[in-house]
Design a protein around this ligand. Sequence first.
Ligand code: MRU
Length: 365
Amino acid sequence: VVPERVRQSVALSWDGRSLRLLDQTLLPAEERWIEPRDAAGTAAAIRTLSVRGAPLIGIAAAYGMAMEIAADPTPQGVERAWRTLRTARPTAVNLGHAVDRVRDAALTAAPDDIAAAARSEAEAVHAEEDAASAAIAVAGADLLEGARRALTLCNTGALAAGGSGSALAVLLELHGREPDLEVLVCETRPLLQGARLTVWELARAGVRHSLIVDSAAAGLLARREADAVIVGCDRVAANGDVANKVGTYGLALAAREAGVPFVVAGPASTLDPSVASGDQIAIEERGADEVRTVGGTALTLAGTSVRNPAFDVTPAALVSALVTERGVVHAPSAATLASLLGDGRRSEGGAGVSRSSQGSEDRLR
Ligand code: MRU
């Protein structure tokens, strides 16, 4: 039987019934795919970071819902799938958005259509994230036009999204226009998404890059060794405060001090108008062994007390621009974000919101 609807991303594939995920915990040493069969299996893959990155965990969770609901197409099955997945990780809002969408679609469908409605909604989430990546890449590259050196954190590319990603997608688009582009990649302790994943993507794309330890970033920015910092986001509050991979706030402070633009890129699904400001965003704290060990080797004394927040919050005042598929928000604030969210397509020209390709006055440099 030929699968009805195949949707393929770099790290996720869906054939209409079953889900395959590239196990990102093993990259770059090994490219192994795993096949969660239900909501619990998908939630486990999200918790362990086999699948990660705000947009991609939303897509994976949507398909986890679809699989669970296909096996039990009842309102009880829908609720069970939703409960299992919604809290798999707390910070990236994309996960909650995606599972709420699939639940709502399933619960408003006729009884015989519950499974099909869940599946269609999950596929719509995937398609929308895919399209968002493409638009973000172009808008961000327009904004950064002329930049030759950029610094980034974590992994925000195709491994983190349905399409080409957010911040890293911008850099790949920029590389297409400026082949001399050079990227400084923060290794991103403790799980090394920069060293393991962003380097993997940049090498495959033929983009010049250098890996740096996270603590080198501030000094390199002070020496103006980057023309811009660009990062992704996991949740943007109504006032423009940005939760993203731990270390983002420090980069933003260093960039401000050095006079280097600090740009955040992410799909509209990462905006959370229900949260007034960043101090209300739940910050995931992960296990101590992620810090105490690397690759199973102890780095410190066994039992050492650890704090391991996976994310931090950067105040909107430190953000030069927020790039979304709906446009670029310069100096994000409650007013400019409300304008962006008010009506996606007609936001162009709203207060502080622009299509970055409008003209050079919209560029950062
Ligand atoms: O813990 P992770 O690897 O899921 O964290 C990912 C990030 O913080 C990314 O910057 C963010 O999700 C944006 S991905 C396009």
